[in-house]
Ligand binder design. Structure first.
Ligand code: GLC
Length: 486
């Protein structure tokens, strides 16, 4: 496909090297899907301790030293190159910034120098582009976004990159990288850009906004979320910017890496299965009950959750509805990370209902797969959900989603009913315990009938592969670099 479209993705996470959430999974799969379609995609990632440890022993070449301007001085890094499933990955190694136990925070809160860590990363991204020119720079989330402001707001320093097109993807507008005005000098941008039309945000510096105001195109991870974030209720203060730039904004639904999430080949689960023979799923359910110390019972409806313990994921709502839910004849399996207060709420419920609620606070891949495979239903009562991946994983395993009708959940789950026999799950709208319980009760109703097999089959048949979703990115890139669509 001459001249061969090349794209550099700058991102703070990529499965399996570094992951705290869904963004990591997207970077673990989308670049590969695009490469399969003939696009030359590379990824640029901070050289975190976890990433370098995972690579130990693997082939990793040193490409050279880079130097970037940062707050009036110059900072150095070593640029490493490795390949993950055939995707070239550049790691910016700077141990003073990235050789730490976590990506963004310690148990006491965010690292105090995050403004500097990611200003540095964003500058380093442009040095990689200088060494390795690409047609297009695709930044993900606030940690990479300032690169676009450097490129466009300081173009005299990057004359060699003027033709590079830029895309920013918002994975979650709730996280913007907002820092005190004292961090402004780090960026080394003209003071005229500390203005509400550019990076200034209520007298602070907003890294995500740096990308939103300068990018050639803005995407987010579902069409519904792309519409929601233009409203004050969901815009986290940036809805005005997004309304102004709405012609450049579109939602592209995330996909699933079915090499990792397929019950037919998943080696992390107790037994593999695929329709029509679903006996393996019963084994997975028994494994899950045993693993969490719940009574072994193949017939009791088992509801699973795998999530970060963030308020936006709906845990406050679960807290309000918890007693009423666990008074029903159900089991609940929860795997979660983070959020001390929400942990206390779940611990209280599990001590009151030990035979109904099994909960673990950890990052545990085996249990995550175990819950997705072994549960009957999968609950995501999110306050908001840009894309959501877990509901898509669950569907593939015949685990029926019960979700709040918001963002990507609304775009992927269809209510099953007598009138809607093609439905694949259950949805509720208003953020109230009554509505949540009503959706759960509808699922319990169908669970007790023969038609549950239909609901499961519909969920399993849904195709959310990246092969499909990557087409929209491909079209966007081709339009931006002015190549003919194929
Ligand atoms: C963030 C969002 C989630 C989305 C993921 C990947 O984690 O909260 O909804 O699926 O990014 O785009």
């Amino acid at each position: 496909m001459p001249p061969g479209l090349s794209v550099a993705m700058a991102a703070p996470e990529m499965t399996p090297l570094a992951k705290t959430g869904g963004l990591g999974d997207v970077l673990g799969a989308l670049p590969r899907a695009l490469r399969n379609r003939g696009i030359d995609v590379s990824v640029i990632l901070p050289g975190y301790r976890t990433a370098l440890e995972k690579l130990a022993g693997d082939e990793c070449e040193v490409c050279g030293q880079i130097e970037v301007p940062l707050g009036g001085r110059r900072e150095e890094a070593t640029l490493l190159l490795t390949h993950v499933d055939g995707v070239p990955v550049y790691l910016v190694q700077a141990d003073r910034y990235y050789d730490r136990p976590q990506l963004y925070s310690s148990p006491d809160g965010d690292y105090s120098d995050n403004a500097e860590r990611f200003a540095f990363f964003a500058r380093a991204v442009l040095e990689v582009l200088r060494m390795q020119p690409h047609h297009l720079l695709h930044c993900h989330d606030w940690q990479a976004a300032p690169a676009i402001a450097f490129l466009r707001g300081q173009s005299h320093s990057y004359t060699d990159l003027v033709n590079t097109k830029t895309v920013i993807t918002i994975h979650n507008l709730g996280y913007q990288g907002v820092f005190s005005v004292s961090s402004w000098p780090l960026l080394g941008l003209d003071d005229a850009l500390f203005h509400y039309r550019y990076l200034e945000f209520y007298n602070q510096v907003n890294y995500l906004k740096a990308g939103l105001v300068f990018a050639d195109a803005i995407t987010t991870v579902s069409p519904t979320y792309a519409a929601e974030i233009r409203n004050p209720e969901s815009g986290f203060g940036l809805d005005g910017v997004l309304r102004e730039r709405q012609d450049c904004l579109r939602g592209i639904l995330n996909g699933v890496d079915y090499d990792i999430w397929d019950p037919q080949s998943d080696r992390l689960i107790a037994a593999q299965f695929s329709p029509p023979d679903m006996t393996g799923k019963r084994d997975c359910k028994a494994w899950l009950q045993r693993h969490l110390g719940l009574p072994l019972d193949p017939d009791v409806p088992l509801i699973g959750m795998v999530s970060r313990l963030a308020v936006e994921k709906g845990f406050d709502l679960l807290g309000w509805a918890g007693d009423a839910l666990l008074a029903r004849n159900v089991q609940l399996a929860v795997l979660a990370t983070g959020g001390r207060e929400l942990q206390a709420m779940l611990n209280r419920l599990s001590s009151m209902y030990p035979a109904r609620l099994g909960v673990r606070f950890a990052f545990d891949d085996v249990l995550a797969h175990g819950i997705i495979a072994g549960s009957d239903m999968f609950l995501m009562p999110s306050r908001y959900e840009p894309g959501g991946l877990a509901q898509l994983y669950a569907m593939r395993y015949g685990t029926v989603p019960i979700v709040r009708a918001t963002g990507g959940l609304k775009d992927t789950v269809v209510e099953f009913s007598d009138r809607q026999a093609a439905g694949n799950g259950f949805l509720f709208g208003p953020y109230t315990p009554e509505e949540l319980l009503s959706a759960i009760d509808r699922s319990l109703h169908w669970y007790r009938t023969d038609r549950w097999q239909e609901v499961m089959a519909n969920a399993m048949a849904a195709d959310f592969s990246w092969e499909r979703s990557s087409t929209a990115y491909l079209e966007l890139y081709r339009r931006l670099v002015d190549l003919p669509l194929i």
